[in-house]
Design a protein around this ligand. Sequence first.
Ligand SMILES: Cc1ncc(COP(=O)(O)O)c(C=O)c1O
Length: 429
Amino acid sequence: MWWVEPGHLEVKNNQLSVGGHLATDLAGRHGTPLYVYNGDKILKNFRLVRDALARHADNFCIHYAVKANAHVQVLKLLGQEGAHADCVSPIECRLALKAGIGKERILFTGTSVSNRDLAELVDLGVRINIDSLSQLRRLATFSRSPEISIRWNPGEGSGAGLHSHTITAGKYIKFGIPEAKVLDAFREASELGMKVVGLHQHIGSGWLGDDVRVFLGSVRRTLEVAREAERILGRPFRFIDFGGGPGIRYREEQSPFPIEEYARGLVEAVRTAGFSCTLAIEPGRYFVAESGVLLLEINTVEEKNVPVIGVDGGFNTLVRPAFYGAHHEMVLCNRVRGPCERTFMVAGNLCESSDVFNENKKELRPLPEPREGDILAILCAGAYGYEMGSAYNGRPLPAQVLLLGGKDYRITERGNFEAIVGGQALTTK
Ligand SMILES: Cc1ncc(COP(=O)(O)O)c(C=O)c1O
Protein backbone atom coordinates (compact mmCIF):
# COMPACT_ATOMS: atom_id res chain seq x y z
CA MET A 1 0.00 0.00 0.00
CA TRP A 2 2.24 2.75 -1.33
CA TRP A 3 -0.09 5.49 -0.14
CA VAL A 4 0.09 4.61 3.57
CA GLU A 5 1.36 7.58 5.58
CA PRO A 6 1.56 7.54 9.37
CA GLY A 7 -0.86 10.02 10.92
CA HIS A 8 -2.74 10.37 7.65
CA LEU A 9 -3.73 7.22 5.76
CA GLU A 10 -3.21 4.04 7.77
CA VAL A 11 -4.44 0.47 7.67
CA LYS A 12 -5.36 -1.05 11.04
CA ASN A 13 -6.90 -4.53 11.22
CA ASN A 14 -7.39 -4.32 7.45
CA GLN A 15 -9.50 -1.16 7.86
CA LEU A 16 -8.68 2.23 6.37
CA SER A 17 -8.20 5.08 8.80
CA VAL A 18 -7.84 8.74 7.91
CA GLY A 19 -6.15 11.05 10.41
CA GLY A 20 -6.79 8.44 13.12
CA HIS A 21 -10.51 7.99 12.30
CA LEU A 22 -11.87 4.79 10.81
CA ALA A 23 -13.19 5.65 7.35
CA THR A 24 -16.27 3.47 7.87
CA ASP A 25 -17.06 5.33 11.12
CA LEU A 26 -16.83 8.67 9.33
CA ALA A 27 -19.15 7.40 6.60
CA GLY A 28 -21.57 6.10 9.28
CA ARG A 29 -21.55 9.36 11.25
CA HIS A 30 -21.79 11.79 8.33
CA GLY A 31 -23.31 9.74 5.49
CA THR A 32 -22.08 9.29 1.92
CA PRO A 33 -20.98 10.57 -0.51
CA LEU A 34 -18.61 12.42 1.82
CA TYR A 35 -15.44 14.43 1.36
CA VAL A 36 -13.04 14.12 4.29
CA TYR A 37 -9.97 16.37 4.61
CA ASN A 38 -7.19 15.82 7.09
CA GLY A 39 -6.22 19.31 8.30
CA ASP A 40 -2.88 18.12 9.66
CA LYS A 41 -1.92 16.80 6.24
CA ILE A 42 -2.81 20.15 4.63
CA LEU A 43 -0.53 21.90 7.11
CA LYS A 44 2.22 19.33 6.61
CA ASN A 45 2.28 19.84 2.85
CA PHE A 46 2.15 23.62 3.16
CA ARG A 47 5.09 23.55 5.57
CA LEU A 48 7.11 21.31 3.24
CA VAL A 49 6.96 23.95 0.52
CA ARG A 50 7.35 26.92 2.86
CA ASP A 51 10.36 25.38 4.60
CA ALA A 52 12.01 24.42 1.30
CA LEU A 53 11.70 28.00 0.05
CA ALA A 54 12.87 29.37 3.41
CA ARG A 55 16.07 27.31 3.15
CA HIS A 56 17.02 29.33 0.05
CA ALA A 57 15.13 32.63 0.03
CA ASP A 58 14.34 35.26 2.59
CA ASN A 59 11.80 37.26 0.62
CA PHE A 60 9.00 35.05 -0.65
CA CYS A 61 5.29 34.56 -0.31
CA ILE A 62 2.96 31.68 -1.04
CA HIS A 63 -0.44 32.40 -2.51
CA TYR A 64 -2.68 29.40 -1.96
CA ALA A 65 -4.69 28.77 -5.16
CA VAL A 66 -8.15 28.90 -3.64
CA LYS A 67 -9.75 27.18 -6.64
CA ALA A 68 -8.24 23.86 -5.55
CA ASN A 69 -10.35 23.76 -2.40
CA ALA A 70 -12.22 26.90 -1.48
CA HIS A 71 -13.72 25.94 1.85
CA VAL A 72 -13.39 28.82 4.29
CA GLN A 73 -12.04 26.44 6.98
CA VAL A 74 -9.28 25.29 4.63
CA LEU A 75 -8.52 28.94 3.87
CA LYS A 76 -8.41 29.72 7.59
CA LEU A 77 -5.98 26.89 8.25
CA LEU A 78 -3.62 28.02 5.51
CA GLY A 79 -4.11 31.72 6.19
CA GLN A 80 -3.14 31.26 9.83
CA GLU A 81 -0.03 29.46 8.63
CA GLY A 82 0.95 32.54 6.62
CA ALA A 83 -0.51 31.76 3.19
CA HIS A 84 -1.67 34.56 0.92
CA ALA A 85 -4.47 33.81 -1.56
CA ASP A 86 -4.69 33.44 -5.33
CA CYS A 87 -8.33 33.99 -6.28
CA VAL A 88 -10.08 33.71 -9.63
CA SER A 89 -13.43 35.34 -8.90
CA PRO A 90 -14.78 38.06 -6.62
CA ILE A 91 -16.50 35.40 -4.52
CA GLU A 92 -13.22 33.55 -3.99
CA CYS A 93 -11.75 36.89 -2.83
CA ARG A 94 -14.63 37.29 -0.41
CA LEU A 95 -14.11 33.77 0.92
CA ALA A 96 -10.43 34.53 1.52
CA LEU A 97 -11.36 37.78 3.30
CA LYS A 98 -13.89 35.89 5.41
CA ALA A 99 -11.12 33.47 6.38
CA GLY A 100 -9.06 36.38 7.70
CA ILE A 101 -6.67 36.72 4.76
CA GLY A 102 -6.38 40.50 4.42
CA LYS A 103 -6.91 42.25 1.08
CA GLU A 104 -3.20 43.09 0.87
CA ARG A 105 -2.55 39.32 0.79
CA ILE A 106 -4.97 38.58 -2.05
CA LEU A 107 -4.08 38.49 -5.74
CA PHE A 108 -6.94 38.13 -8.20
CA THR A 109 -6.03 36.31 -11.43
CA GLY A 110 -9.13 35.94 -13.55
CA THR A 111 -9.82 35.37 -17.20
CA SER A 112 -12.63 36.83 -19.35
CA VAL A 113 -13.11 39.29 -16.51
CA SER A 114 -16.26 41.41 -16.80
CA ASN A 115 -16.67 45.06 -15.83
CA ARG A 116 -18.99 43.88 -13.06
CA ASP A 117 -16.16 41.69 -11.71
CA LEU A 118 -13.70 44.59 -11.97
CA ALA A 119 -15.99 46.95 -10.08
CA GLU A 120 -16.40 44.41 -7.28
CA LEU A 121 -12.65 43.78 -7.11
CA VAL A 122 -11.94 47.51 -6.88
CA ASP A 123 -14.46 47.74 -4.03
CA LEU A 124 -12.81 44.81 -2.27
CA GLY A 125 -9.41 46.51 -2.61
CA VAL A 126 -7.48 43.45 -3.77
CA ARG A 127 -4.58 43.41 -6.23
CA ILE A 128 -5.58 42.58 -9.79
CA ASN A 129 -3.43 40.44 -12.07
CA ILE A 130 -4.21 41.53 -15.62
CA ASP A 131 -4.98 38.75 -18.12
CA SER A 132 -5.69 40.79 -21.27
CA LEU A 133 -5.19 44.25 -22.75
CA SER A 134 -8.96 44.58 -22.84
CA GLN A 135 -9.13 44.05 -19.08
CA LEU A 136 -6.34 46.60 -18.54
CA ARG A 137 -8.08 49.25 -20.65
CA ARG A 138 -11.49 48.67 -19.12
CA LEU A 139 -10.09 48.81 -15.60
CA ALA A 140 -8.31 52.09 -16.38
CA THR A 141 -11.60 53.70 -17.48
CA PHE A 142 -13.07 53.50 -14.02
CA SER A 143 -10.22 53.08 -11.55
CA ARG A 144 -6.49 53.57 -11.45
CA SER A 145 -6.31 52.86 -7.75
CA PRO A 146 -5.71 49.08 -7.62
CA GLU A 147 -2.18 47.79 -7.70
CA ILE A 148 -1.87 45.51 -10.70
CA SER A 149 0.45 42.90 -12.09
CA ILE A 150 0.51 41.49 -15.57
CA ARG A 151 0.14 37.81 -16.44
CA TRP A 152 2.08 36.81 -19.50
CA ASN A 153 2.08 33.60 -21.49
CA PRO A 154 5.67 32.37 -21.85
CA GLY A 155 4.72 30.68 -25.12
CA GLU A 156 5.32 27.49 -27.04
CA GLY A 157 7.31 24.82 -25.19
CA SER A 158 6.79 26.52 -21.83
CA GLY A 159 3.65 24.73 -20.70
CA ALA A 160 3.54 21.70 -18.43
CA GLY A 161 0.83 19.70 -16.76
CA LEU A 162 -0.85 16.41 -16.10
CA HIS A 163 -3.24 16.68 -19.04
CA SER A 164 -3.68 18.98 -22.05
CA HIS A 165 -6.62 20.58 -20.20
CA THR A 166 -4.28 21.71 -17.41
CA ILE A 167 -1.50 23.20 -19.55
CA THR A 168 -1.75 26.98 -19.49
CA ALA A 169 1.17 28.27 -21.57
CA GLY A 170 1.66 27.95 -25.31
CA LYS A 171 -0.04 29.00 -28.53
CA TYR A 172 -3.60 27.71 -28.20
CA ILE A 173 -3.98 28.97 -24.66
CA LYS A 174 -6.46 31.63 -23.61
CA PHE A 175 -4.56 32.92 -20.58
CA GLY A 176 -2.25 35.90 -20.22
CA ILE A 177 -0.67 38.34 -22.62
CA PRO A 178 1.47 36.73 -25.32
CA GLU A 179 5.17 37.37 -25.68
CA ALA A 180 4.75 39.61 -28.73
CA LYS A 181 2.55 42.03 -26.76
CA VAL A 182 3.72 41.83 -23.19
CA LEU A 183 6.16 44.76 -23.20
CA ASP A 184 3.57 46.91 -24.97
CA ALA A 185 1.17 46.02 -22.18
CA PHE A 186 3.63 47.43 -19.62
CA ARG A 187 4.08 50.58 -21.75
CA GLU A 188 0.34 51.03 -22.05
CA ALA A 189 -0.28 50.41 -18.35
CA SER A 190 2.35 53.00 -17.53
CA GLU A 191 0.82 55.54 -19.92
CA LEU A 192 -2.59 54.89 -18.43
CA GLY A 193 -1.19 55.75 -15.01
CA MET A 194 -1.77 52.30 -13.50
CA LYS A 195 0.27 51.15 -10.51
CA VAL A 196 2.07 48.13 -11.95
CA VAL A 197 3.87 46.24 -9.19
CA GLY A 198 4.34 42.71 -10.52
CA LEU A 199 4.71 40.17 -13.28
CA HIS A 200 3.04 36.77 -13.29
CA GLN A 201 3.23 33.42 -15.08
CA HIS A 202 1.40 30.13 -14.56
CA ILE A 203 2.37 27.42 -17.02
CA GLY A 204 0.09 24.59 -15.96
CA SER A 205 -1.06 22.29 -13.25
CA GLY A 206 0.01 18.92 -11.89
CA TRP A 207 3.64 18.66 -12.93
CA LEU A 208 5.95 15.91 -11.84
CA GLY A 209 9.72 15.22 -12.17
CA ASP A 210 10.77 16.42 -15.62
CA ASP A 211 8.23 19.20 -15.70
CA VAL A 212 10.30 21.06 -13.10
CA ARG A 213 12.95 21.56 -15.80
CA VAL A 214 10.32 22.96 -18.18
CA PHE A 215 9.16 25.20 -15.34
CA LEU A 216 12.68 26.49 -14.64
CA GLY A 217 13.06 27.24 -18.35
CA SER A 218 9.89 29.35 -18.22
CA VAL A 219 11.17 31.06 -15.07
CA ARG A 220 14.25 32.24 -16.97
CA ARG A 221 12.09 33.60 -19.76
CA THR A 222 9.89 35.42 -17.25
CA LEU A 223 12.96 36.96 -15.63
CA GLU A 224 14.11 38.26 -19.03
CA VAL A 225 10.72 39.87 -19.55
CA ALA A 226 10.85 41.23 -15.99
CA ARG A 227 14.15 43.00 -16.69
CA GLU A 228 12.74 44.71 -19.79
CA ALA A 229 9.48 45.55 -18.03
CA GLU A 230 11.27 47.18 -15.09
CA ARG A 231 13.16 49.33 -17.57
CA ILE A 232 9.88 50.45 -19.10
CA LEU A 233 8.34 51.19 -15.71
CA GLY A 234 11.49 52.88 -14.43
CA ARG A 235 11.37 51.07 -11.08
CA PRO A 236 11.73 47.58 -9.67
CA PHE A 237 8.83 45.18 -9.27
CA ARG A 238 7.41 44.53 -5.83
CA PHE A 239 6.92 40.85 -6.75
CA ILE A 240 7.24 38.28 -9.50
CA ASP A 241 4.77 35.41 -9.23
CA PHE A 242 5.73 32.11 -10.82
CA GLY A 243 2.31 30.50 -10.48
CA GLY A 244 1.31 27.09 -9.20
CA GLY A 245 1.58 23.61 -10.62
CA PRO A 246 3.53 21.26 -8.29
CA GLY A 247 1.95 17.85 -8.74
CA ILE A 248 1.29 15.00 -6.37
CA ARG A 249 1.60 11.28 -6.62
CA TYR A 250 -1.75 9.90 -7.76
CA ARG A 251 -0.37 6.45 -8.63
CA GLU A 252 2.42 4.17 -7.47
CA GLU A 253 4.61 4.55 -10.56
CA GLN A 254 4.83 8.32 -10.09
CA SER A 255 7.60 9.79 -7.98
CA PRO A 256 6.90 12.35 -5.30
CA PHE A 257 7.24 15.97 -6.41
CA PRO A 258 10.90 17.12 -6.10
CA ILE A 259 10.25 20.07 -3.77
CA GLU A 260 13.89 20.75 -2.99
CA GLU A 261 14.92 20.84 -6.67
CA TYR A 262 11.94 23.12 -7.41
CA ALA A 263 12.58 25.54 -4.54
CA ARG A 264 16.35 25.69 -5.00
CA GLY A 265 16.12 26.03 -8.78
CA LEU A 266 13.54 28.79 -8.57
CA VAL A 267 15.35 30.83 -5.93
CA GLU A 268 18.72 30.45 -7.66
CA ALA A 269 17.28 31.56 -11.00
CA VAL A 270 15.78 34.68 -9.44
CA ARG A 271 18.95 35.49 -7.53
CA THR A 272 21.24 34.88 -10.50
CA ALA A 273 19.12 37.24 -12.58
CA GLY A 274 19.72 39.91 -9.91
CA PHE A 275 16.17 40.38 -8.62
CA SER A 276 15.56 41.09 -4.96
CA CYS A 277 11.78 41.64 -5.10
CA THR A 278 9.38 39.20 -3.43
CA LEU A 279 9.33 35.80 -5.08
CA ALA A 280 5.76 34.52 -5.15
CA ILE A 281 4.32 31.13 -6.03
CA GLU A 282 0.74 29.91 -5.97
CA PRO A 283 0.27 26.16 -5.62
CA GLY A 284 -3.13 24.70 -4.87
CA ARG A 285 -3.18 20.98 -5.52
CA TYR A 286 0.05 20.27 -3.64
CA PHE A 287 -1.36 21.56 -0.36
CA VAL A 288 -4.78 19.94 -0.39
CA ALA A 289 -5.05 17.01 -2.83
CA GLU A 290 -3.48 14.31 -0.66
CA SER A 291 -5.39 15.44 2.43
CA GLY A 292 -8.74 14.49 0.92
CA VAL A 293 -10.63 11.22 0.63
CA LEU A 294 -14.01 10.78 -1.02
CA LEU A 295 -16.12 8.11 0.68
CA LEU A 296 -18.84 6.40 -1.35
CA GLU A 297 -21.23 3.60 -0.47
CA ILE A 298 -21.39 0.60 -2.77
CA ASN A 299 -25.05 -0.05 -3.57
CA THR A 300 -24.74 -2.50 -6.48
CA VAL A 301 -22.40 -5.39 -7.18
CA GLU A 302 -23.31 -7.12 -10.39
CA GLU A 303 -21.89 -9.15 -13.24
CA LYS A 304 -22.98 -7.19 -16.34
CA ASN A 305 -20.82 -7.62 -19.46
CA VAL A 306 -18.01 -6.90 -17.03
CA PRO A 307 -18.11 -6.89 -13.22
CA VAL A 308 -19.65 -3.57 -12.14
CA ILE A 309 -19.67 -1.85 -8.76
CA GLY A 310 -22.28 0.91 -8.44
CA VAL A 311 -21.61 3.71 -5.94
CA ASP A 312 -23.68 6.62 -4.62
CA GLY A 313 -21.70 9.44 -6.26
CA GLY A 314 -20.79 10.29 -9.83
CA PHE A 315 -18.78 12.71 -11.93
CA ASN A 316 -20.83 15.47 -10.37
CA THR A 317 -19.09 14.49 -7.11
CA LEU A 318 -15.56 14.01 -8.54
CA VAL A 319 -15.14 14.89 -12.19
CA ARG A 320 -11.39 14.32 -12.60
CA PRO A 321 -11.55 10.74 -13.95
CA ALA A 322 -14.27 11.55 -16.51
CA PHE A 323 -12.88 14.97 -17.47
CA TYR A 324 -9.14 14.38 -17.49
CA GLY A 325 -8.88 10.59 -17.54
CA ALA A 326 -7.32 11.09 -14.12
CA HIS A 327 -6.26 8.13 -12.00
CA HIS A 328 -7.32 7.93 -8.36
CA GLU A 329 -6.51 5.01 -6.08
CA MET A 330 -9.62 3.24 -4.75
CA VAL A 331 -9.68 1.38 -1.48
CA LEU A 332 -12.31 -0.88 0.02
CA CYS A 333 -12.39 0.63 3.51
CA ASN A 334 -13.13 -2.52 5.52
CA ARG A 335 -11.05 -5.05 3.55
CA VAL A 336 -8.16 -2.92 2.38
CA ARG A 337 -5.61 -5.62 1.69
CA GLY A 338 -7.64 -7.94 -0.40
CA PRO A 339 -7.07 -10.51 -1.83
CA CYS A 340 -7.87 -8.85 -5.19
CA GLU A 341 -8.98 -11.65 -7.48
CA ARG A 342 -11.20 -9.72 -9.89
CA THR A 343 -11.24 -6.39 -11.65
CA PHE A 344 -14.22 -4.00 -11.74
CA MET A 345 -15.79 -1.05 -13.43
CA VAL A 346 -16.59 1.43 -10.64
CA ALA A 347 -19.71 3.16 -11.88
CA GLY A 348 -21.32 6.36 -10.63
CA ASN A 349 -25.03 7.08 -10.26
CA LEU A 350 -25.41 9.53 -13.17
CA CYS A 351 -27.16 8.71 -16.42
CA GLU A 352 -24.03 9.20 -18.50
CA SER A 353 -21.87 6.48 -19.98
CA SER A 354 -18.72 8.40 -19.05
CA ASP A 355 -19.71 8.29 -15.40
CA VAL A 356 -17.14 5.80 -14.11
CA PHE A 357 -14.31 6.33 -11.64
CA ASN A 358 -11.85 4.16 -13.59
CA GLU A 359 -9.66 6.55 -15.58
CA ASN A 360 -10.66 4.57 -18.65
CA LYS A 361 -13.82 2.47 -18.89
CA LYS A 362 -11.87 -0.43 -20.35
CA GLU A 363 -9.22 -0.45 -17.64
CA LEU A 364 -10.98 -2.37 -14.91
CA ARG A 365 -9.71 -1.96 -11.37
CA PRO A 366 -8.49 -4.83 -9.19
CA LEU A 367 -10.29 -4.66 -5.84
CA PRO A 368 -11.05 -7.04 -3.00
CA GLU A 369 -14.40 -8.79 -3.50
CA PRO A 370 -16.94 -6.00 -2.78
CA ARG A 371 -20.28 -6.36 -0.99
CA GLU A 372 -23.27 -4.09 -1.23
CA GLY A 373 -23.12 -1.70 1.75
CA ASP A 374 -19.30 -1.54 1.76
CA ILE A 375 -17.60 1.85 1.77
CA LEU A 376 -15.19 2.69 -1.02
CA ALA A 377 -12.57 5.42 -0.54
CA ILE A 378 -11.21 7.42 -3.45
CA LEU A 379 -7.84 8.82 -2.47
CA CYS A 380 -6.13 12.15 -3.24
CA ALA A 381 -9.48 13.81 -3.78
CA GLY A 382 -8.85 17.01 -1.79
CA ALA A 383 -8.10 19.26 -4.79
CA TYR A 384 -10.43 20.05 -7.69
CA GLY A 385 -12.93 17.56 -6.25
CA TYR A 386 -15.83 19.18 -4.41
CA GLU A 387 -14.95 22.48 -6.11
CA MET A 388 -15.69 21.10 -9.57
CA GLY A 389 -18.85 19.39 -8.37
CA SER A 390 -22.40 20.08 -9.47
CA ALA A 391 -25.94 18.96 -8.74
CA TYR A 392 -26.34 17.36 -12.19
CA ASN A 393 -29.12 14.76 -12.43
CA GLY A 394 -30.61 16.17 -9.22
CA ARG A 395 -27.75 14.62 -7.23
CA PRO A 396 -26.84 17.22 -4.63
CA LEU A 397 -23.30 18.13 -3.59
CA PRO A 398 -21.93 15.93 -0.80
CA ALA A 399 -21.15 16.89 2.79
CA GLN A 400 -17.59 17.83 3.77
CA VAL A 401 -15.73 16.96 6.97
CA LEU A 402 -12.49 18.43 8.30
CA LEU A 403 -10.35 16.37 10.68
CA LEU A 404 -8.42 18.49 13.12
CA GLY A 405 -6.90 17.83 16.54
CA GLY A 406 -8.45 14.34 16.73
CA LYS A 407 -11.98 15.62 16.00
CA ASP A 408 -14.18 15.46 12.91
CA TYR A 409 -16.03 18.65 12.04
CA ARG A 410 -18.87 18.69 9.51
CA ILE A 411 -17.88 21.82 7.60
CA THR A 412 -20.49 21.58 4.82
CA GLU A 413 -23.93 20.04 5.02
CA ARG A 414 -25.03 17.73 2.22
CA GLY A 415 -27.06 19.43 -0.48
CA ASN A 416 -30.75 18.58 -0.77
CA PHE A 417 -33.91 19.22 -2.72
CA GLU A 418 -34.33 22.67 -1.14
CA ALA A 419 -30.78 23.66 -2.15
CA ILE A 420 -31.50 22.64 -5.75
CA VAL A 421 -34.97 24.13 -6.09
CA GLY A 422 -34.14 27.18 -3.95
CA GLY A 423 -33.18 29.49 -6.82
CA GLN A 424 -35.89 28.31 -9.19
CA ALA A 425 -39.07 30.30 -9.85
CA LEU A 426 -41.90 27.87 -9.12
CA THR A 427 -44.36 30.03 -11.05
CA THR A 428 -44.04 32.33 -14.06
CA LYS A 429 -46.63 34.77 -12.72
C1 LIG B 1 -3.33 31.12 -12.26
C2 LIG B 1 -3.23 29.85 -11.49
N1 LIG B 1 -2.45 29.79 -10.42
C3 LIG B 1 -2.35 28.67 -9.67
C4 LIG B 1 -3.06 27.53 -9.99
C5 LIG B 1 -2.92 26.32 -9.11
O1 LIG B 1 -2.44 25.23 -9.76
P1 LIG B 1 -2.08 23.92 -8.94
O2 LIG B 1 -3.26 23.54 -8.15
O3 LIG B 1 -1.70 22.93 -9.94
O4 LIG B 1 -0.92 24.28 -8.07
C6 LIG B 1 -3.88 27.53 -11.11
C7 LIG B 1 -4.63 26.32 -11.48
O5 LIG B 1 -5.36 26.22 -12.40
C8 LIG B 1 -3.99 28.73 -11.89
O6 LIG B 1 -4.78 28.79 -12.96
